[in-house]
Write a protein that binds this ligand. Sequence first.
Ligand code: IYR
Length: 224
Amino acid sequence: MRDHPATPLIGYPAVSDEEMIRRASAFREHMARRRTVRDFSDRSVPRQVVEQALLAAGSAPSGANHQPWFFVVVESPEAKARIRAAAEVEEREFYANKAPQEWLDALAPLGTDPDKAFLEVAPVLIAIFGQKRGGPRPSDAKKNYYVTESVGIATGLLIAALHEAGLATLTHTPAPMSFLNEICGRPADEKPFLLLVAGHPAEGATVPIAALDKKPLDALARWL
Ligand code: IYR
């Protein structure tokens, strides 16, 4: 490796194979209980939970460690109502005209429709943006690399962190999403990645049976 400032690796104490297997299984079981939820309660969420989850997301690996993400936490009823109204305009167009039949058929088992009440009911919406330019420090304006991959990984960690805290989430992707730049006050060169809805599930919330169907290991991986 080329000469560069470095520090000893910490945080990886030795762990037996048995203990690793136990931890990996426990984590797998915990993550398998995560559901994409569309019925939220209006119960509020402590700010610290969201702060800690965002910091966990911000620990994600990223291209050249530029951390090309920005998260806007939307809690104000006015902003949530504006986001719902703008999203529903796009969704009505999507379901009525834009989506090809094949896409509508794929969504049918999930029961989704253009009504996005959860955007107002849930206590927290997190609008996630990818930054074309930036850098490791907030004042940087260098070129960023692997923005989509980096933001996707950070979003995965955010979902896992919120799940670990006991909150339900929904990945919502109205298309196009450019209205989020305006409502969230973000520059035009930041690309909305997705809108993560977070909160407690409503009492009596249901999930589509089809969403429980997960691929077995031999369909999702192979060893060479
Ligand atoms: N954005 C629309 C449609 C939609 C698309 C996919 I792919 C989904 O997995 C779920 C929904 C909506 O939110 O209803």
